[in-house]
Design a protein around this ligand. Sequence first.
Ligand SMILES: NC(=O)c1ccc[n+]([C@@H]2O[C@H](COP(=O)([O-])OP(=O)(O)OC[C@H]3O[C@@H](n4cnc5c(N)ncnc54)[C@H](O)[C@@H]3O)[C@@H](O)[C@H]2O)c1
Length: 309
Amino acid sequence: MALSLNAAKKLLIFLGKSLLALLKSVVFAFIPKSRKNIAGETILITGSGSGLGRLLALKFAQLGSVVVLWDINQEGNEETCRMVRETGASRVYAYTCDCSRREEVYRVADQVKREVGDVSILVNNAGIVTGKKFLNCPDELMEKSFDVNFKAHLWTYKAFLPAMIAKKHGHLVCISSSAGLVGVNGLADYCASKFAAFGFAESVFVETFVQQQKGIKTTIVCPFFIKTGMFEGCTTGCPLLLPILEPEYAARKILDGILQEKLYVYIPRSLYLIMFFKSILPLRMLLLMADYLGIFYSMDNFSGPKKKD
Ligand SMILES: NC(=O)c1ccc[n+]([C@@H]2O[C@H](COP(=O)([O-])OP(=O)(O)OC[C@H]3O[C@@H](n4cnc5c(N)ncnc54)[C@H](O)[C@@H]3O)[C@@H](O)[C@H]2O)c1
């Protein structure tokens, strides 16, 4: 009897807290959450030598953050550094780093800690795509996809998370993809690496939650195709529901999500609906929907990452 009373009490507390959480999220769906101030924060962005990484660097710098740029492409990264300086920001630091190499990540991370200080916001953005059908994809390329798109996240977390925990202050940002939510024809290795990045970031979030490390935030970003050149030639069968995104729009949405400390940022918002359908619809209907949205054929005209000017 005592046990069932305890169980009833536990259930009531759970229901009460859940109701409160639901009410809060309904209210915040209409009133935008306040944005945090990131002036003076030290933000490290991997893959900052072009595309999204570059746009995010410019946006963070405009908000007064100290920006640390990492890219394997020294020229592109220095160009980003110059562009950030042109905005008037003085605290911007560029490092050449191949994030797929664990030892290199640790070495350059130590250099950053000595020369700039601890990183408080880590944006794991560096990414590559092979865009080949699974059986046509050389083993080394598939391994590289994992090394850059997923395993690099392990090494950067190992390097920067301990100081965030010690200071009870930090934010981990994972740039995954809509291909980290649903499997895509012609993107098996990329999807697998993005699912892995998503699962890893979500799991560490759960770890920090269970350990009540309230100062450590996580944001997991899943955008559909963006016109950065990475997915040159890719198409959408339904531009209304799944438009190919402008880089500036995607970067602004990502920044908003980070500043509002959202856990999940899916762009466009229709991806939330697609994920809901994915979990409830019968398989046959799902396949019809994917066919209608052109998801099966989106990679048919993929021509490989566009060469940067
Ligand atoms: N473009 C899209 O359609 C799209 C959609 C969803 C998610 N994403 C993801 O967004 C992120 C940014 O992509 P983007 O569109 O800006 O592409 P991009 O090619 O312009 O940027 C990727 C950057 O990562 C760098 N990079 C690659 N390998 C690296 C390594 N080993 N070490 C360090 N840096 C490395 C590249 O030099 C490049 O500057 C990627 O993770 C990508 O998977 C892109």
